[in-house]
Ligand binder design. Structure first.
Ligand code: TRP
Ligand code: SF4
Length: 400
């Protein structure tokens, strides 16, 4: 019915680091060649926690888009845009808020967690409580079927699914739905009609989730159907109402394998990051001053890679033979730590080289970045407006 669309967003709250590259952006780059993708700067989301100091948002936005482009996110293959430039997100957020039980928002795990973690900010705000709902609107407005996010965001996507279901249930009712749906099955024709009926049985009676996906594909291919009939038949798979909003599923992004300079999770708040486009000299310096196995005080003391943060970087950046050289050399004190760090430095610089190159043209020509985003906003807006038309109509807001 709707193409297998992918939507994801990122908050602009500072420069991106290599952890973001390994954790999210590499995955985006892969996805853009497989599905229609929409990637956006979640500036309103940043405001939910940084409302008293929005200046970081403004400077981070363009840098972040350049970081994406540097990482290989390709505006020819996907749409890149800024959330606040597609105000339909806010309209859907408002309309969804009418039917969202407060308890759904209060029980989202990040609500209490983040309030505790960011205790220096006052997050007892309406905007912060509603942030998962805004995220749901971000996804539902594009009728996305897939949302690539990390583990911490799973509850938000779950809630998005529940909201879509609830919305369709309340507003997807239609007089004579059953009859109209059966008419539409006839319009599918003999062969497709039979296939559809079989998929519906498989879904309803055996709970086969793939059947829903397959029906989606089947309906998309059925050229003879009107858009309204497609919506009906997709809704008819699940029950007695139209499917106006689409339930998305999580595409779980594996946690970044890239640790920080101290061996812990790479994170701005730990001060252990290497920026995506870090200056070469700074990369060299940061790796050279990394802590190593604390037992290796002198050059002649043998060490143990398992206790050393540098080893974890070898696991990401080095090939087998280099790793063997590290294992042997470290344990026998055959190599020094500076020597051992050299291949890591080279690996990081090699990874960053194409990113630096790609970024340069955008740094030289900021208008190019603005144009890419303007184009992405236009594309996103077309899809968002289409959904909002259907949503307004379903809610009875099309007054004449
Ligand atoms: N909440 C996400 C985060 O903090 C960012 C985000 C906002 C998002 N809207 C989204 C991610 C929609 C995926 C889809 O990381
Ligand atoms: Fe770490 Fe390498 Fe030094 Fe061993 S030789 S302690 S692995 S930096």
């Amino acid at each position: 019915m709707y193409p297998d669309r992918v939507v994801s967003g990122m908050r602009p709250t500072g420069a991106l680091h290599l952890g973001h590259f390994h954790g999210a952006l590499k995955n985006w780059v892969k996805l853009q060649s497989e599905h229609p993708c929409l990637f956006f700067v979640a500036d309103w989301h940043a405001l939910t926690t940084h409302y008293d100091d929005p200046s970081v948002i403004e400077v981070s936005i363009w840098d972040m888009v350049i970081d994406w482009l540097a990482a290989g996110v390709d505006p020819k293959q996907c749409s890149i845009f800024i959330q606040s430039r597609v105000p339909e997100h806010a309209e859907l957020h408002l309309l969804l808020s009418m039917t969202t039980p407060l308890s759904w928002l209060e029980r989202v795990p990040t609500y209490k967690d983040q309030q505790e973690k960011l205790a220096d900010r006052d997050l007892g705000t309406y905007g912060f409580l509603g942030y998962p709902l805004l995220m749901s609107a971000d996804v539902l407005i594009y009728r996305a079927s897939m949302v690539p996010v990390g583990e911490d965001q799973i509850p938000h996507v779950e809630m998005t699914r529940e909201l879509a279901r609830r919305f369709n249930h309340i507003y997807g009712r239609e007089k004579g739905f059953e009859e109209k749906a059966q008419e539409a099955v006839k319009k599918l024709g003999g062969k497709l009609g039979k296939q559809y009926a079989a998929l519906r049985t498989a879904y309803q009676e055996q709970g086969h989730h793939e059947a829903l996906e397959q029906a989606r594909v089947l309906l998309e291919q059925a050229q003879s159907l009107s858009a309204a009939d497609r919506e009906r038949l997709l809704g008819y798979m699940a029950g007695g109402h139209k499917s106006i909003l689409v339930e998305p599923r999580v595409l779980l992004t594996e946690a970044s394998r890239l640790p920080g300079l101290d061996g812990g999770k790479m994170s701005k708040s730990y001060g252990n990051t290497i920026a995506l486009r870090e200056e070469k000299d700074a990369v060299v310096k940061k790796v050279r001053t990394m802590p190593t196995d604390p037992a290796r005080v002198r050059r002649t003391d043998p060490g143990e890679p398992a206790r050393c943060p540098v080893w974890k970087l070898h696991e990401v950046y080095s090939d087998d033979s280099t790793r063997e050289w590290v294992q042997k050399g470290c344990r026998s004190a055959g190599i020094g730590c500076i020597e051992c760090k050299q291949p890591v430095i080279e690996g990081i610089l090699r990874e960053q080289e194409p990113m630096r190159e790609r970024a340069q043209q955008y740094l030289d020509n900021p208008a190019l970045v603005r144009a890419i985003v303007a184009d992405g906003c236009d594309k996103a807006r077309v899809l968002a407006q289409e959904t909002m038309r259907d949503v307004r109509e379903a809610m009875g807001l099309n007054y004449k």
